[in-house]
Ligand binder design. Structure first.
Ligand SMILES: Nc1ncnc2c1ncn2[C@@H]1O[C@H](COP(=O)(O)OP(=O)(O)OP(=O)(O)O)[C@@H](O)[C@H]1O
Length: 340
């Protein structure tokens, strides 16, 4: 096991930032802690790093109990959201920092830094100072610095969130490739579900200091354990059961009363009535690149958002006020003790 967190709690005053959290991270895997602001993701990461002490529970890193160990003893690599490079050191000396502290010989440092600069695709940038780099390049230097001392685990706290969308997307792909080369057990904190889905082997969804669900990206998306998870990992319509018909082959059996949860791409839109459909008035049509998003009002006054590829419906003829016909091909229902 790369990291084991067992029944860990942490309060700040009266506030429980981590509430009986248990998470296992397999050796060599990449796990994302996903949740809204304030859900306790950073607190959990800081507890693993030893930057915070747990009030209760235990933590193991690569099989050894680390609960009472100092940050240094835990030998973790850490990268934060805000660039924390040393301004007055060039890239090489930033990457070399931990090695200098450990009194490596200059020749060994030179070789290791060359290796790392290759790894993060920054060969040729060694002489630059942080102010002469882009945001994405700085985060790659921060990652190289964290990896230099061969940490037992790598902990990343929103490492890309200060960067623009395009660079962020590039760095995600890059991080995943880097991980596949290095296989260092990695935990990344993010509030961005797309980021979690794209990079992680497994996702830990957090809400109010607790773990809501742990699973692969597909498990979390296709089999959400609660309305909270379902709405956090993708768009969803929440509707009174019975307002929008659901195809009979859809799983699971839906309650006669209560609420159902339907993803916009599971709402099928037809121009003419089809078996089982109900009418709906088109209120708004939004172009989203390849897809269209239609906001529809049912006769019950419930609003349903549908998303579908533009070639599926003759878009040229659609205009607000049109009467269309809808049915859902899939829906989720949850036990009544859950609420959003
Ligand atoms: N040192 C502290 N003292 C007091 N409260 C704290 C401290 N650190 C965190 N908290 C509180 O604990 C809660 C969880 O914070 P945490 O930073 O873990 O959340 P998060 O999920 O990482 O959120 P974000 O995405 O906004 O960083 C927040 O309500 C925060 O205000």
């Amino acid at each position: 096991m790369g990291i084991r967190v067992a029944n860990v709690s942490k309060s700040f005053g009266d506030f429980r930032a981590a509430d009986d959290v248990s998470v296992d991270v397999d050796s060599g895997s990449l796990v994302a802690l996903l949740g809204p602001s304030g859900s306790g993701k950073s607190t959990l990461l800081r507890l693993i790093a030893g930057l915070e002490a747990a009030d209760a529970g235990r933590i193991w890193i690569t099989g050894e109990e680390a609960t009472q160990r100092s940050v240094q003893e835990r030998q973790v690599g850490f990268v934060f959201q805000h660039f924390a490079l040393f301004k007055h050191r060039n890239v090489r000396r930033n990457v070399a920092f931990g090695l200098e502290l450990r009194r490596w010989k200059p020749e060994a440092i030179r070789r290791r830094v060359d290796e790392l600069l290759d790894l993060v695709h920054l060969r040729g940038y060694g002489g630059r100072f942080p102010s002469q780099l882009s945001g994405g390049q700085r985060q790659r230097v921060a990652l190289a610095r964290a990896l230099a001392v061969q940490p037992r685990v790598l902990l990343l706290d929103e490492p890309f969130s200060a960067l623009d969308a395009k660079v962020r997307k590039e760095l995600r792909a890059w991080l995943r490739n880097l991980h596949d080369e290095m296989h260092v057990t990695t935990v990344i904190v993010t509030h961005d579900q797309e980021e979690a889905m794209e990079v992680a082997d497994r996702i830990v969804v957090m809400n109010e200091g607790r773990v809501e669900q742990i699973g692969t990206p597909a498990e979390i998306y296709d089999h959400p354990a609660s309305p909270f998870v379902m709405s956090f990992v993708g768009a969803v319509n929440e509707l009174p059961s019975g307002s929008l018909p659901v195809r009979r082959d859809a799983v699971p059996p839906l309650p006669a009363d209560g609420r159902i949860f339907v993803r916009p791409h599971h709402v099928q839109v037809h121009v003419t009535p089809q078996p089982g459909t109900v009418p709906a008035r088109l209120r708004r049509l939004t172009h989203m690149g390849r897809d269209l998003q239609a906001e529809l009002v049912l006769d019950t006054e419930d609003v349903v958002v549908a998303q579908f590829p533009r070639e599926e419906v003759d878009v040229a003829t659609l205009k607000p006020g049109d009467r269309l016909h809808v049915i859902s091909c899939q829906a989720h229902a949850f036990q009544p003790d859950y609420s959003i």
